[in-house]
Design a protein. Structure first.
Length: 277
């Protein structure tokens, strides 16, 4: 099933999709530098496809806490050749993780089929472009910027404020001409939130289904898991899988992860339960 047809399906029992992360940056928090070389990234993409990934998410700009934006030319060089190579051998859905209009346009021209924006496409030019391209778009919540977001995140009520922000982006997307089935929201775990904020969002995740659009969740290997387990990033597999299952059981449609085959197995159990309904 294509990504578009999946998103057009309004059945709440449709199978959860697993999105595999490919960071082509030298400074990503989890795998920085591992896939910065084009051939390494391409071989890893082929591995994920062989393992059964539903969507590939390709990013050429690190968004870890404290990171800064990179130049347009650098982001293009890190992403577009990889998308082209993948598209030569596979029709797997490809998401481009960016906010820059030029990267969005060139990525879709190269074969990307989805936009994943941690900035929730707050640039009006990006929002209009997404509507014109008629591809699915994920709008994520973030307090501050990647450079500043973890310095002192503060909310009166994190669930209400994140929900209200995403509701406003859904409305802005609809007003810009993006069709409802192409709208995806992401609460933004780890993006301007403390551990308590993240846990409160996870506990209340089902409330985000009230927005009437698809829900994407990404907690894989993040600091919130490290804080709970008191383990470094390379020892967070079981915490990541547990978080993915909790999210899927709470209504998430797409789970963004680093450990693809392990998560696919775990999510298969959730999907088996969905098949009963």
């Amino acid at each position: 099933m294509s990504l578009k047809k999946y998103l057009e399906n309004s059945n709440s029992n449709k199978p959860v999709q697993v999105m595999g992360v490919i960071n082509t940056t030298p400074d990503s928090f989890s795998d920085g530098g591992q896939f910065s070389a084009l051939d390494n990234a391409f071989q890893y993409a082929l591995k994920l496809i062989d393992e059964g990934v539903d969507i590939l998410d390709i990013g050429g700009e690190s968004t870890r806490p404290g990171s800064v934006q990179v130049a347009l030319e650098q982001e293009l060089a890190r992403t577009i050749p990889l998308i082209k190579l993948i598209r030569e051998v596979s029709d797997v859905p490809i998401s481009i993780d960016t906010n820059k209009p030029d990267v969005i346009q060139q990525a879709v021209d190269a074969g990307a089929t989805m936009i994943n924006s941690i900035w929730a496409l707050r640039l009006e030019s990006s929002l209009k472009l997404a509507a014109d391209l008629d591809v699915p778009v994920c709008f994520m919540h973030m307090q501050g910027t990647p450079e500043t977001m973890q310095k002192n995140p503060t909310y009166d009520n994190v669930v209400t404020e994140v929900l209200d922000f995403l509701k406003s982006r859904v409305e802005a997307a609809t007003d810009a001409g993006i069709r409802p089935h192409n709208i995806i929201v992401d609460p933004g775990f780890g993006f301007g939130k403390t551990l308590e904020h993240n846990l409160q969002l996870l506990q209340s995740l089902a409330e985000f289904k009230s927005l009437g659009v698809s829900l994407l969740v990404g907690m894989s290997r993040k600091g919130m898991i490290g804080m709970v387990l008191n383990k470094p990033v390379d020892q967070r597999l079981y915490g990541s899988i547990s978080s993915a299952v909790i999210a899927a059981m709470s209504g998430a449609d797409i789970i963004r992860v680093h450990d693809v085959p392990e998560t696919i197995d775990a999510i298969a159990m959730v999907n088996a339960l969905r098949d009963l309904n």
